[in-house]
Structures are given as structure tokens and as C-alpha cells.
Write a protein that binds this ligand. Structure first.
Ligand SMILES: Cc1ncc(COP(=O)(O)O)c(C=O)c1O
Length: 385
């Protein structure tokens, strides 16, 4: 039977593959998947049950539950300092679906999208599914994983439709400063491009709230923000996210959303309404915990010969440069599982320039993180001798 070459060309997720390899061992510590270890706060779960019993178990509008959209509109307008009307918001099946929808809506086959390395590996799949072409702009350890605007501008061709950014970043934890966001927004406006801004980690940010490119002047006409409830409220399994941007884009995304998923899960959307009432302190507490863990891991890694780290300013990942030890990050990760039962993600899925790196997700408690660092240290010591 024929299978689409486009689909066959997709790689299975390396992050999930590493977890599968580890499943054959006992006493494994996973620093692999980017899944907060906190449980969804109880009031959110209660609201979902309560509203399900009241009958919120039907299809919602493809654009989303009107009450959720209304509440998001108020919240976003307050946070961003500019009005985000309900017409400019769509509810998605997690940020993943928001990205897939955005790429299909904004590009035709053969169109180009500028992707900054290191990048969330799943972008490549969603770009391929949209039959579009990624143009990579490496940032690199020595530049603090921040892209050079001149490199972005140089990558633009007549086929370019999107500049994709992700701040706070997965896998580096880099937060793009406001000044750089302004430079990127100037490029987008000058070339009439859309900036798709993946901000799923915006509340896991260690130096105050990460700035959004949407706040830059005029970007309400040039930015499409992808966000979700997954990381902020420990709601990964509920699968509810949102996107906001120019109304003509959102209007078209409603069609894609309608045909791809009918609507986001109705009960999860009710849970999301309650999530928006979560006190800031609860979110801050989770973010502070991630910060402490990231600090712990960075301090331990900095003391390991041959390992370089840049202290993340957000998210819960540490992207360590191990290139002076090996450039075979896949083999490194497989050996680490086999010898020390620790799962990390090899660098290569995050971009060609990331081969000599590994990603560590700090989504387990400090005790386990310390144990994982002990094991990694031992693994490296054996390799040095
Ligand atoms: C950068 C980035 N964007 C999007 C997603 C997808 O998030 P969601 O669970 O909302 O689909 C993830 C998940 O790990 C991510 O790291």
C-alpha cells in the first residue's frame, strides 16, 4: 500500500525514543520529556467535573468556548498593554495543534519559514506537514543562543512567509530580550512577514515575565502568538491551548481547526476557564521551583570537566555543550541510559548546529536531580580515564 513520502520522511520523536529505550531498564531517572511533575491544581479539576455534569460535554464552536475566549481577551489585553479582541483569539488542541494550524494557514507548499536553532524538534514535523521549507538560522552557545538579526534578514527570500521564534526557549531556556524582539519585529514589518511566536513557557521565566513580540509597536498586524495551558498550569494532558493574532489569520485558522479537530475538548476548555483564576503566587511557586532545579543542575554541570552551560532565564531545560567530550550526542545518550540509567535528549533533533549538546529537563525533584548528576559525573569520569 502506498504511504505518503512526506509522512515517511518524518522522524519518530527522538525524545520519546529515548524513553522507550530506557523502558527496558530499572531504576531509571528521566531527564527526557518536558513534562512538569506537578499535578493540575485541584480547583481546575473540580471546575471541569462540575461543568461536565452541567452539560459542557458537547462540541464547542470551532473557534472555542466563548466564555474562555472572552476571559482570555481580558487577561491578554491587561498583560500585553494592548487590546486583544475576542475575534483575534482561537482555542486550540494544545500549542502543538496551534503550531500545525498556523503553518498550514500561513504557508503554501514550497513557502519558507525561518527557524532559529536550537529549536523545538517538533517544528520540523509541522513544517513538513504543511509542505513548507525550513530555513535555519543558528544562534549558538557563544552568542548566548540569541539570533543575530542580520542573519535573520539574510535568510529572507521571496518565498519567506514566517519568522518563527520561541521565548523562553526549548531547549536552551533563553529569553529573547525586548530590544532584540523589537529588531525582529522591524524586520517582519519591513518584509511584510508574520512572526509566529511560541510562548508556551512565558510564565516559567526567572527574571520577571518574558516579553512578548506582540507588545512591540504594530505587531498586532504581524505576530501570531502560540500559547497553551500545558506548562503554566501543569495541564499537559488536558490538551488545551490558544493562538492570537490578526483577525484575518484567525478567521482562516478557524477553518483549519474545524476540519482538523472539530473543536478543542469542551471539558478541558472549562478547566482552562478556571485555570485563568489561578493566583499568580501558585504559578510563581512552580516557576521558582524550576529555577532552583535549573540552578542546581547548572552548578553541578559547571563543575564537570568538558561540560559548558549557559544559565537559562526561563523554561525548565538546560542545554549543555559537551562537544569537547563528543560530537556523537546520540551514542552518548544511549550509553548513558545503558551504563547509568539516566535519560537525556541528544542534541541533533534541535538542529544541525546542536550535535555536540544534550538537553536536560529539570522536571523531577532536587533529590533525584542530584542523583542523576552523580550518575552523569561518574559516567564522564569513566570516559576520561
Ligand atoms: C516550545 C514548545 N512549543 C510547544 C509545545 C507543545 O505544547 P502543548 O502541550 O501545549 O501542545 C511544547 C511542548 O513541549 C514546547 O516545548
Amino acid at each position: 500500500m502506498y504511504i505518503s513520502k512526506n509522512i515517511e520522511s518524518l522522524r519518530y520523536s527522538v525524545i520519546r525514543e529515548m524513553s522507550q529505550v530506557a523502558a527496558q531498564y530499572e531504576n531509571v531517572i528521566s531527564l527526557g520529556i518536558g513534562e512538569p511533575d506537578f499535578h493540575t491544581p485541584a480547583p481546575i479539576i473540580e471546575k471541569a467535573f462540575e461543568d461536565a455534569r452541567k452539560g459542557h460535554t458537547h462540541y464547542t464552536h470551532a473557534k472555542g468556548d466563548p466564555q474562555l475566549i472572552e476571559k482570555l481577551s481580558v487577561r491578554l489585553s491587561k498583560d500585553l498593554g494592548k487590546i486583544v479582541p475576542p475575534e483575534c483569539i482561537i482555542i486550540t488542541h494544545g500549542a502543538m495543534n496551534g503550531l500545525a494550524n498556523a503553518f498550514r494557514t500561513l504557508m503554501d507548499p514550497g513557502d519558507e519559514i525561518i527557524v532559529i536553532e536550537p529549536h523545538f524538534p517538533d517544528y520540523l514535523a509541522h513544517i513538513t506537514l504543511a509542505h513548507a521549507v525550513p530555513k535555519y538560522v543558528p544562534s549558538g552557545f557563544d552568542k548566548g543562543f540569541l539570533p543575530d538579526p542580520a542573519d535573520i534578514e539574510a535568510a529572507i527570500t521571496t518565498e519567506t512567509k514566517i519568522i518563527l521564534i520561541n521565548s523562553p526557549n526549548n531547549p536552551t531556556g533563553t529569553v529573547v530580550p525586548k530590544r532584540l524582539l523589537e529588531e525582529i519585529s522591524d524586520i517582519a514589518k519591513a518584509h511584510d512577514l508574520c512572526v509566529v511566536s511560541d510562548e508556551v513557557y512565558d510564565r516559567i521565566s526567572f527574571e520577571g515575565r518574558a516579553a512578548s513580540i506582540y507588545s512591540c509597536p504594530g505587531m498586532e498586524n504581524h505576530a501570531l502568538v502560540i500559547n497553551s495551558f500545558s506548562k503554566t498550569y501543569a495541564m499537559t494532558g488536558w490538551r488545551v491551548g490558544f493562538a492570537y493574532g490578526p483577525q484575518p489569520v484567525i478567521d482562516q485558522m478557524v477553518k483549519v481547526g474545524n476540519y482538523a479537530m472539530a473543536c478543542a475538548c469542551s471539558v478541558s476548555q472549562r478547566a482552562a476557564i478556571a485555570a485563568l483564576d489561578t493566583p499568580d503566587e501558585v504559578i510563581k511557586e512552580m516557576s521558582d521551583t524550576f529555577e532552583q532545579r535549573v540552578e542546581l543542575v547548572c552548578s553541578r554541570l559547571e563543575a564537570m570537566p568538558g561540560v559548558r552551560v549557559r544559565r537559562p532565564k526561563g523554561s525548565f531545560y538546560v542545554f549543555a555543550d559537551i562537544s569537547s567530550i563528543t560530537n556523537q550526542s546520540r551514542q552518548f545518550a544511549l550509553d548513558l541510559i545503558k551504563e547509568e540509567k539516566v535519560v537525556v535528549v541528544p542534541g541533533y533533533p534541535f538542529g544541525l548546529s546542536c550535535e555536540g549538546c544534550i538537553r536536560i529537563a529539570c522536571t523531577i525533584n532536587s533529590e533525584q536531580l542530584c542523583e542523576a548528576m552523580d550518575r552523569l559525573e561518574r559516567f564522564l569520569a569513566v570516559r576520561r580515564h
